[in-house]
Design a protein around this ligand. Structure first.
Ligand SMILES: *Cc1c(COP(=O)(O)O)cnc(C)c1O
Length: 402
C-alpha cells in the first residue's frame, strides 16, 4: 500500500502483528511482556488528580495507564485509524463509560431501536433514571433518525451490523445528520471489527468495541474499547476510565493483543465460512429467511458493499418454530455450541425471540415494531460462524434442519 506521498505504508496484516509492539529493550524478548504491576516506582513528585496528568507522564498507577494495556490501545488505534483508544473491562464498561461521561440530565440520546440488549437496557433504564431523555429510532431509516433529533440531542448511538437482525446503518450519512444538529455520533462496531469498517474515517466521533468478541477471537478474555480523536477521548478517559474505574486487566489485554495479530486472517476465514453457510441456509426448505450482509438478498447489501471491506461472520435466520428447534439444537448439535456471545473461533448459535426481546429490552410498538418484525418475524437464530470446516458446520445444522 502506498500512502499519499507515495511511500509504502504497512498493510493491515503487518499492522495487526506489529503495531504498538517492539522487542523488550532490556531482554530482547520478541513477544510482549505482561506487566501486571498495579503501581510504578516514581523518580519525581506527581499529583493525585486525574485532571492534570501531563501529556508525557510516566506510568503511575494501572487504573490510569499500564504498559500492556497501552500496547493493546496503540494496536487498536492503528487498526481503526483513530488518534486515541482507551480499553475497559468489558464492552459494557466501554459503553457505560461513553454514555455516562458525555451525557447529563436534560440531554437527549437518540439510539438505534434494536441493538445489543445490554446497551438497550442501560439506555432505557439507567440513563432515563438520571434524567436523560432516550429516544429510539430505526437506524436503517435516515428520516426517522433526523426526526428524532432535537436541539437537546447531544449523542446519537448506532450499531452496525446490528443485533440480532444484521440490519445496517449508513455511518457517513448519519454522521452528517448528527453533526448538522451539533450532536456527536458513536458507533458500536463490534460485529464489523476494524477489518470490515473504520467508522472514524466515515465521520463517527466514537467507536465502541466489545473486545470479548472478534478482537479476542478465542472466547477466553473479556474487554472493551473506545476509540476517538485525542480531543474527544478526554472526557471518556478522565471520568469513564479513571473515575468509574472499569479498567481491563493487563492479562486480558495481553490475550486480546495476541488475538488481534490474527484478526485480519481470521475475519477472512469467518467471512468465507459465513458465506458458505448463508448460501446453504438460504437454499434449505426449512429456512424461511437468511440475513447476511454478504448475500445479494440482504435488504442492505448495496450499503454493505460500500461500507464493509469484509461481511463478517454473523448471520441470522428464521424458521417456522424457533423455540422448538432451539431445544433440538441444545440436544443434538455436536460441533456448534448453543451459547450466547460471538466472534470466537468456535461457532455459536442462539435463539432470540421477538416477544422476549420486546418485553425485556426494546419495548417497540406500532411502526417500529412492524419494521423490526419485517426482519425478525417471531424471532431469529443468531449464528456466529466460527473457523471450523464449513462442511462440518452445515452437516451439524442438518442434524436439526433435516
Ligand atoms: C457483546 C456485545 C457488547 C457488550 O460487550 P461485553 O464485552 O459482553 O460487555 C456490546 N455490543 C455488542 C454489539 C456486543 O455484541
Amino acid at each position: 500500500m502506498a500512502d499519499k506521498d507515495g511511500r509504502n505504508s504497512p498493510g493491515q496484516r503487518t499492522l495487526a502483528v506489529h503495531a504498538g509492539e517492539e522487542p523488550d529493550p532490556h531482554t530482547g524478548a520478541s513477544a510482549p511482556n505482561i506487566v501486571m504491576s498495579s503501581t510504578f516506582v516514581l523518580d519525581e513528585p506527581v499529583g493525585f488528580s486525574a485532571y492534570d496528568i501531563p501529556e508525557e507522564a510516566p506510568y503511575i498507577y494501572s487504573r490510569w495507564s499500564n504498559p500492556t494495556v497501552r500496547q493493546l490501545e496503540d494496536k487498536l488505534a492503528t487498526l481503526e485509524q483513530a488518534q486515541a483508544c482507551r480499553c475497559f473491562a468489558s464492552g459494557m464498561a466501554a459503553t457505560a463509560a461513553v454514555l455516562f461521561s458525555l451525557l447529563k440530565s436534560g440531554d437527549r440520546l437518540v439510539i438505534s431501536d434494536a441493538n445489543y440488549p445490554g446497551t438497550a437496557e442501560l439506555a432505557r433504564n439507567d440513563l432515563a433514571r438520571m434524567g436523560i431523555e432516550v429516544v429510539a429510532a430505526n437506524f436503517s431509516d435516515l428520516d426517522a433518525i433526523e426526526r428524532a433529533i432535537t436541539p437537546a440531542t447531544r449523542l446519537v448511538w448506532g450499531e452496525t451490523p446490528a443485533n440480532p437482525t444484521m440490519r445496517l446503518t449508513d455511518i457517513a450519512a448519519v454522521a452528517a445528520i448528527a453533526h448538522q444538529h451539533g450532536a456527536r455520533l458513536a458507533i458500536d462496531s463490534t460485529f464489523a471489527t476494524p477489518i470490515a469498517t473504520q467508522p472514524i474515517t466515515l465521520g463517527a466521533d466514537y467507536v465502541i468495541h466489545s473486545l470479548t468478541k472478534y478482537c479476542c477471537g478465542h472466547g477466553d478474555a473479556m474487554g472493551g474499547a473506545v476509540l476517538a480523536s485525542e480531543e474527544n477521548i478526554q472526557a471518556v478517559a478522565t471520568a469513564g476510565q479513571i473515575h468509574f474505574g472499569g479498567v481491563i486487566s493487563p492479562f486480558n489485554a495481553w490475550l486480546i493483543n495476541r488475538g488481534l495479530a490474527t484478526l485480519p486472517i481470521r475475519m477472512q476465514a469467518h467471512q468465507d465460512n459465513a458465506m458458505a453457510l448463508a448460501r446453504y441456509l438460504e437454499a434449505h426448505p426449512q429456512v424461511d429467511r437468511v440475513f447476511y450482509p454478504g448475500l445479494p438478498s440482504h435488504p442492505h447489501h448495496e450499503l454493505a458493499c460500500r461500507q464493509m471491506d469484509n461481511f463478517s461472520g454473523m448471520l441470522s435466520f428464521r424458521v417456522s418454530d424457533g423455540p422448538a428447534m432451539s431445544r433440538q439444537m441444545m440436544a443434538q448439535l455436536q460441533v456448534i455450541h448453543y451459547a450466547v456471545s460471538l466472534g470466537h473461533h468456535r461457532s455459536l448459535i442462539c435463539w432470540l425471540g421477538t416477544d422476549d426481546l420486546m418485553a425485556s429490552s426494546y419495548h417497540l410498538s406500532d411502526e417500529q415494531l412492524a419494521a423490526y418484525r419485517e426482519f425478525a418475524g417471531d424471532g431469529v437464530f443468531r449464528l456466529s460462524v466460527g473457523l471450523e470446516d464449513p462442511e462440518d458446520l452445515s452437516a451439524d445444522l442438518a442434524r436439526v434442519l433435516g
